[in-house]
Design a protein around this ligand. Structure first.
Ligand SMILES: [Zn+2]
Ligand SMILES: [Zn+2]
Length: 464
C-alpha cells in the first residue's frame, strides 16, 4: 500500500509538495506547488491529453477502495468482532466485490463496512481513508486515535454516542489500515430532513423535532468538561486527557509533531492557527503567488478580530473549566460560546448569506433552548455568526470582500448594513494595506510583488 503523505505537485519532474491551502485546478483537479500553480501552461490540463487529467476524482476513489479490499482479511474481521463481543456469533460482514459496490458506504474520510451479529445487533467497521486525507501516517494516526478517545469519553459520560471499540493490539485484519468498530446507528442523515427542497409540512415538523433533539443533546454535552483547549487522547493506561489540537482537514505544522497544543484558551488556539498559516504563506507553501497578499491580509484581519474578542478568553468562572466539543470528525474542545453556536450549515439560507441575523433554523434552535430553560445557550446561538466566519475564512478560504465584511460585522456586533464598507476585493486590500502598514511579513510580500509585478495568467478551459 502507498505510504501516505501530503500531496505532491502533480508535475512529474517536480519534487515539491503541492500548496497546502490552495484549491486544486478546477479542470485537471491537479494540486500544484508555488512555482507551478499560477501559470496554466504548466498544468496537465494544457500539456497532456484529456485522458490523463486527474479529474474525474472517481478513479482516485476506486484505486483507494481496490487497495483496501486487497489488504482486508475478512476471516480475521469475523474472528476479531466475535472476540470483542463474547457469546455472539458474527453472521455477516459486508464484502464488496468491487469499488462501485463499496462507494455507497464511503464518506469523504472513511469507508464503512456493516457487520451483523446473530442477535440482530449491527456494528460498522470504520476505516480511515488515507489517500484522500493527504496527511503523513503519523498525523493521520493522531487524528484517528483522538476520534476513538472522544467517542469513549462521551460514551463514558453517558452522552448518546455510538460505543466505539479500538482495533485489538494483536489484530490480524491488516497491518496497514487505521480502523475501529462502532455501533451502527439507524436513521436518515440530517440533510434529508433539514435540506429537502420538497419541504412538506411533515418534513418541516421533522426538522423542528430534530433541532429540539439536537438542543437537548447539546445540553447533555455540558456534562463533559476539560480544562484545556485541544483534542482528546487516551493514555497508555486508557485514561482520557486533553492533548494537542487536531486541526480540521489538515495539520497545523508540516513536520512532526504536526499538531500544537493544548492551549489555555480558545483565543490562544485561534491565534496559533492563524499565525501558522501566516508563516506558511511567507514560506510559499500555503497559497499561490497571485493569492498570497490577499490571503496574508485576511490572516492579519482575522487575527485582529480574534484578539479583540473577549468571549474567546472565557473560562467558566465557577469551575475554571472550558466546555464544549465541536467538529465531529475532528473533535476538539473550545470555549462554550464557540461550541454552542449553531452548526455552520444552519447559516446557509440563500437570501441571507451575509447577515448576522438568525436564520429560520437558528431561530428554531434559539426557541428550543429557551423552551428548555436555557436562555444562556440561546444567546450563544444569537451571537454565534462570528464563529461561522472564523471557520469559513480560516478553514475554507472564503475570503471575498463580502465575506470579510460579514466577518468583521459579526465580530464587532455591527448591523448588516453599514456605510462605507469596501465593495471590491481591491478596495478591501487597499484598506487593509493601510491598516496593517508596517507589519514585517506584509513588507516582505509587498517587496516581492514589486519585483514580480505581472498580471496573473488566466486559467481557461482548453479547447479539446
Ligand atoms: Zn489544470
Ligand atoms: Zn511543481
Amino acid at each position: 500500500m502507498k505510504r501516505c503523505d501530503f500531496a505532491k505537485c502533480v508535475i512529474e519532474d517536480c519534487s515539491e509538495y503541492a500548496l497546502f491551502g490552495a484549491d486544486r485546478c478546477p479542470i485537471c483537479c491537479g494540486a500544484y506547488c508555488y512555482d507551478h500553480v499560477d501559470d496554466p501552461s504548466n498544468h496537465i490540463c494544457h500539456t497532456n491529453p484529456p485522458s490523463d487529467y486527474l479529474f474525474p476524482y472517481k478513479s482516485v476513489v476506486e484505486d483507494e477502495i481496490a487497495e483496501i479490499l486487497e489488504v482486508l482479511n475478512f476471516d480475521a474481521i469475523v474472528a476479531e468482532v466475535e472476540a470483542l463481543r463474547p457469546g455472539h456469533r458474527c453472521i455477516h460482514v459486508d464484502r464488496p466485490e468491487n469499488a462501485s459496490h463499496m462507494e455507497k458506504l464511503t464518506g469523504a474520510y472513511n469507508f464503512h463496512l456493516i457487520i451483523e451479529y446473530d442477535d440482530g445487533l449491527k456494528w460498522v467497521m470504520r476505516i480511515r481513508r488515507k489517500q484522500t486525507s493527504l496527511q503523513p501516517e503519523g498525523a493521520l494516526m493522531m487524528s484517528h486515535e483522538s476520534e476513538i478517545a472522544t467517542l469513549k469519553a462521551l460514551y463514558t459520560a453517558g452522552i448518546r454516542v455510538p460505543r466505539a471499540y479500538a482495533r485489538p493490539q494483536d489484530s490480524k485484519v491488516s497491518s496497514h489500515l487505521l480502523y475501529f468498530y462502532q455501533e451502527f446507528i439507524e436513521g436518515l442523515p440530517t440533510s434529508v430532513v433539514l435540506f429537502n427542497p420538497a419541504c412538506t409540512e411533515t418534513l418541516r415538523l421533522a426538522g423542528e423535532a430534530l433541532i429540539r433533539n439536537y438542543a437537548a443533546w447539546m445540553i447533555d454535552l455540558e456534562k463533559v468538561t476539560f480544562d484545556k483547549v485541544g483534542s482528546l487522547f487516551l493514555t497508555d493506561i486508557g485514561t482520557i486527557h486533553v492533548g494537542p489540537h487536531v486541526e480540521r482537514d489538515r495539520t497545523i505544522l508540516l513536520d512532526h509533531p504536526y499538531l500544537i497544543g493544548p492551549y489555555d484558551t480558545a483565543k490562544e488556539r485561534w491565534i496559533a492557527a492563524i499565525e501558522c498559516r501566516m508563516k506558511l504563506i511567507l514560506d510559499k507553501k500555503e497559497v499561490s503567488p497571485s493569492n498570497e497578499l490577499h490571503a496574508y491580509l485576511v490572516m492579519l484581519e482575522m487575527r485582529e478580530l480574534v484578539k479583540g474578542c473577549p468571549e474567546l478568553d472565557e473560562v467558566d468562572r465557577d469551575t475554571g473549566e472550558l466546555n464544549g466539543i465541536i467538529d465531529w470528525d475532528w473533535a476538539s474542545l473550545t470555549c462554550k460560546a464557540e461550541a454552542y453556536a449553531a452548526p455552520e450549515y444552519f447559516r446557509l439560507e440563500h437570501s441571507k448569506m451575509y447577515s448576522s441575523q438568525p436564520t429560520t433554523k437558528e431561530r428554531y434552535l434559539i426557541q428550543a433552548y429557551e423552551d428548555l430553560g436555557r436562555c444562556d445557550l440561546a444567546n450563544f446561538v444569537r451571537r454565534g455568526r462570528k464563529y461561522h466566519w472564523l471557520h469559513n475564512t480560516i478553514f475554507w478560504f472564503q475570503w471575498d470582500v463580502k465575506e470579510m465584511n460579514a466577518a468583521r460585522r459579526a465580530f464587532l456586533a455591527l448591523p448588516d448594513v453599514i456605510e462605507g464598507e469596501p465593495q471590491t476585493n481591491e478596495d478591501w486590500r487597499e484598506i487593509m494595506l493601510r491598516k496593517f502598514d508596517g507589519d514585517a511579513g506584509l513588507m516582505v510580500l509587498k517587496a516581492q510583488k514589486r519585483l514580480n509585478c505581472h498580471e496573473r495568467p488566466r486559467l481557461d478551459q482548453p479547447v479539446c
